[in-house]
Design a binder for this molecule. Structure first.
Ligand code: GLY
Length: 282
């Protein structure tokens, strides 16, 4: 079982895969509700800010794949794979329109990034990476409109060393639309009834103790903990949640990254990247 050092290691990465934003996203990307038109120029600026933090601040190798106009959601690479400790499970996304996205992701992860590729083979199994919360000790899988129990079983088969528990998702696209890891053993979670119900399920099924940090805004509960740094929402987008991050993580290096344009098409901060460790396992 993973100890504290091991858990920190599992949140340490040296490469990141991202993908450009196609023009087609504006009209054709999937969305759960109409939150207004996406400003593509702004969305791309935010995407570049994200890449710059990864490359210039965290010194990661950043692989930015070319956008594909025939795949309007292709910038949300997180849904295409689950990567832990050198193993990459290539998913079968719940939305058929998104399934062709995995081809390029598989090629990149199994190629220069040196990950061991595992494919989902069970008929009817679907899994979006946005439904997969990995705590370093176990997986929680959102059972949502995109991810089913067979998909959760595929994940369990791919990562036999970790317990996997299904968590019912209501009111949101993905499990990580309302929570994410904000540090080893720390789950950031939104304050809506749906979010609170989901975290109660987690606490009930888990054998581990997690600290929870509750954010006033569900969307702000999607943050990225990487290499001891926390990437989270900007003050302009979610001022109250921003304040909570500042108060609860006074010693953690934090970087605010705006995301209000891609949020209109259900894109959260974790959706935009796949975090990879190229170094051999220790
Ligand atoms: N727009 C992201 C998704 O629906 O998968």
């Amino acid at each position: 079982m993973a100890d504290a050092t091991d858990v920190e290691r599992l949140f340490t990465f040296d490469a990141v895969v991202m993908r450009g934003i196609p023009d087609s996203l504006k009209a054709e990307a999937l969305r759960t509700e109409d939150l207004g038109e996406v400003d593509l120029e702004e969305a791309r600026k935010h995407h570049e800010a994200y890449q710059s933090v990864m490359r210039d601040q965290l010194k990661l190798h950043v692989e930015v794949l070319e956008a594909d106009e025939s795949l309007p959601d292709c910038c949300f690479v997180e849904d295409c794979a689950v990567v832990v400790d050198g193993v990459a499970l290539i998913t079968c996304p719940g939305s058929p329109s998104r399934r062709p996205e995995v081809t390029l992701i598989k090629r990149i992860l199994g190629g220069g990034l040196g990950q061991e590729i595992v494919e989902m083979t069970e008929k009817g199994a679907t899994l979006d990476g946005g439904d997969v919360l990995f705590t370093g000790k176990e997986f929680f899988v959102g059972l949502s409109s995109r991810t089913n129990q067979k998909g959760a079983n595929s994940l369990a088969n791919a990562f036999p060393n970790y317990p996997v528990s299904g968590i019912k998702v209501n009111g949101h696209l993905h499990l990580k639309s309302m929570m994410s890891m904000a540090g080893p053993g720390i789950i950031a979670v939104g304050s809506s009834d749906h979010s609170q119900k989901a975290i109660r399920q987690i606490k009930k099924v888990s054998n581990f103790d997690y600290t929870t940090v509750t954010l006033p805004d569900d969307a702000a509960a999607n943050c990225v903990y990487i290499n001891k740094t926390l990437l989270h929402c900007s003050q302009d987008e979610f001022p109250e949640s921003y304040k909570v991050f500042a108060e609860k993580f006074p010693k953690t290096p934090r970087v605010a990254i705006p995301n209000n344009e891609l949020f209109k098409v259900d894109g959260a901060l974790t959706c935009k990247s796949l975090l990879i460790c190229k170094k051999p396992k220790v």
